[in-house]
Design a protein around this ligand. Structure first.
Ligand code: ADP
Ligand code: MG
Length: 238
């Protein structure tokens, strides 16, 4: 299971209302893309879902359980960031294994999980190398591997490809789509890139200044934008 319900989620930084009562349901196994201009609150929303930031008001509900007061590790969520801070002195194997070491997982079980993730991500030949030996795309795969081994119900991606060049981004989009089919997990993917949103999403959520401007399937938004903002951002203005 990996069902998410955001009920009137609000966030203030001081007097500044960054998120203005976001209401959204994400189905188990859905690939939902949050898109919107820089500063509209995408990262803040993800951080609140992950438990890295507190909500000011509202409920975050995962599989029917309100998780607002649960720490990140208890939420069944893994987050992949744009700056995929890997440990440079540790091998690819140890970087992927890190969350399992923290849990004191038994060695044989840990090895099986790391090798399974490495196969999915085509890193099986790289496990003994250090991150410095890898390309940008391979490093991002290591960061994704670190999320996969935790077997989360929900994956959160915060602009994971924005440090990669265009060709690599296109490859990684296909890889992530495959990963989604393979793991059947719920994925929430943040980007400010319209192409990524259009090609990857089952459903797009357009955010504008802390509010949902529209949600719908990519072609639905493209052909029937609800307002000028969505039209200018994603649609086909008529
Ligand atoms: P996005 O990811 O869509 O670019 P963010 O969620 O990072 O946007 O930020 C939304 C708004 O909240 C921005 O105006 C940003 O400056 C502000 N903000 C983010 N984090 C903090 C913080 N810790 N303290 C104060 N303001 C913040
Ligand atoms: Mg952001």
């Amino acid at each position: 299971m990996g069902q998410l319900f955001l009920n009137r989620v609000q966030k203030f930084f001081g007097d500044f209302e960054v998120l203005k009562g976001v209401q959204l349901e994400v189905k188990n196994g859905e690939f939902v893309v949050f898109v919107g201009p820089s500063g509209c609150g995408k990262s803040t929303l993800l951080r609140m879902i992950a438990g890295l930031d507190a909500t000011s008001a509202g409920d975050i509900v995962i599989d029917g359980v309100r998780v607002n007061d649960l720490p990140p590790v208890k939420r069944g969520i893994a987050m992949v960031f744009q700056s995929y801070a890997l440990y440079p002195h540790m091998s690819v194997f140890e970087n992927i294994a890190f969350p399992l070491r923290v849990e004191n997982m038994e060695e044989e079980k840990l090895k099986a999980k790391v090798e399974h993730a490495a196969r999915i991500l085509h890193l099986d030949q790289r496990l003994q190398q250090k991150p410095g030996m890898l390309s940008g795309g391979q490093r991002q795969r290591v960061a994704i591997g670190r999320a996969i081994v935790r077997e989360p119900k929900i994956f959160l991606f915060d602009e994971p490809l924005s440090n990669l060049d265009a060709a690599l981004r296109a490859d990684m989009r296909i890889e992530l789509a495959k990963l989604h089919r393979q793991l059947k997990a719920t994925m929430i993917y943040v980007t400010h890139d319209q192409v990524e949103a259009m090609t990857m999403a089952d459903r797009i959520v357009v955010l504008n200044a802390g509010e949902i401007a529209q949600t719908g399937a990519p072609l639905e938004l493209y052909h029937k934008p609800a307002n000028i903002f969505v039209a200018s951002f994603i649609g086909n203005p008529k």
